[in-house]
Design a protein around this ligand. Sequence first.
Ligand SMILES: C[S@@+](CC[C@H](N)C(=O)[O-])C[C@H]1O[C@@H](n2cnc3c(N)ncnc32)[C@H](O)[C@@H]1O
Length: 449
Amino acid sequence: MEALLAVNSVDSGVSVGPSQLGGLGLFVNKDIDGEILRIGREHTYSIYTCLELSKKIKDQTEPPVIKSLLGFYCNGLPNETRILICYMIGFEVLRRLGKLEGYKELQQYLNVLLRTEIGNLWQDEEPLLESYYELEPGNSLVNATLLEKQSGEVSELSRFISETWRVTFEEHAIQQLVAAVRSRTLEVPRKVSDDDDFSVDVTLVPLLDFANHDNSKQNAYFDLDPKTDEIVLLAKRPLSGGSEVLISYTPVEEMTRMFITYGFYPRSDGLKVVDVPFWGYHHFDRSEELAQYVFQQRQPTNLQFVLEYADGQLVDLFLNMASNYSFAGLIGPDDVPTVMENASEEQIDGALSTLLELVESYFAERVERAQEFAKFCDDYEAENGTKNIRQLVQFHLELYNKYLDKMRQIAPRAGSESLYDLVMVDGDDWVEHRLPPVYNFLTRELARH
Ligand SMILES: C[S@@+](CC[C@H](N)C(=O)[O-])C[C@H]1O[C@@H](n2cnc3c(N)ncnc32)[C@H](O)[C@@H]1O
């Protein structure tokens, strides 16, 4: 802990310790109102500060580590996070080559990254993810992780490092570093001119990055001090000594994204969102025809649910159909605007009601398969250790069962009013809690190509 605090100004007034949320968290040592922590830009890691740092390190290795790794791992069109990951891998290689003497702060931070525990799919083995793919081929965020694993790039990187610099950097350590960087980065504002122009950089902020996420108990937030270019962590209200600092990683929590990036499903009180693949993944009469329709009309093939949590439990859910006209194909074959202009209220209610029933049969069918998969995970776990995908299956089971419960409550009161106990179209607060449905755009057939 002392080592971590040494990164920052003397007596920073915070400490790192075990959190009730699991893992470590950031705590205030004394009563605080206003500023909790202030961190100079030079103590943070973005692609810009890493570039400066790599120049300072004056790597005389042949071939130069950072440059070669950037060429190897970041060719094509890499995003900021990938470049940052590459720098961190490069710094760790330099450390293993004994070239980071005098860079104590960086070494300490690399230790933090290598020791961070993240319960996401990066730690799970390929066969398990492949089995999940059989169960749920439409979850493209999970598939992206699987594809990254299958690509073999981590083993290639490990081999490249070993052959080029005769340094051992085990695959699991590289994977750990990748997952740790992804889970610890924040989007931090940076002033780009004196006219209040800002850009946002993907940045690792040591110490501040021990702050856990909780949208309902959030008591702090970070910001930029434009006068000094420092990053400040500020209390939203007075905090008493010993309390855990909780920030918000994202105002709208899409459950799959949260799990993939951070390795946990938030269960704090309030509203959350989840996207579920649907059109093109569920087989029913006319399913092929409707999937084609949805695709041609550029409507999302997934359905989005708004979830309400209280006391750690999923207590309510709505199917959010705002800006999603995929159900128009259940009314008529014309394009979406024509169908919606000509449809009567009864036709729209009828189509939504049909959609609810289709989702019901889809989820009912999935419950059984998800239960089987959960059992498979438990057996696998008993032999091989923790498997994080179990959390994902558990969450889906909760979602399906809550939906089926709600359908059972609605069925006896059939009619257009009860429909809106479960479907949201627009004009309600719930609608604000949604994200553009950016994944699962391909149908099962198209995804194969
Ligand atoms: C920026 S780090 C925070 C520090 C981290 N807890 C640690 O031990 O180093 C983000 C990670 O913290 C954990 N985390 C943050 N908020 C959480 C929460 N509300 N519930 C469970 N885990 C959480 C997740 O593992 C996430 O990937």
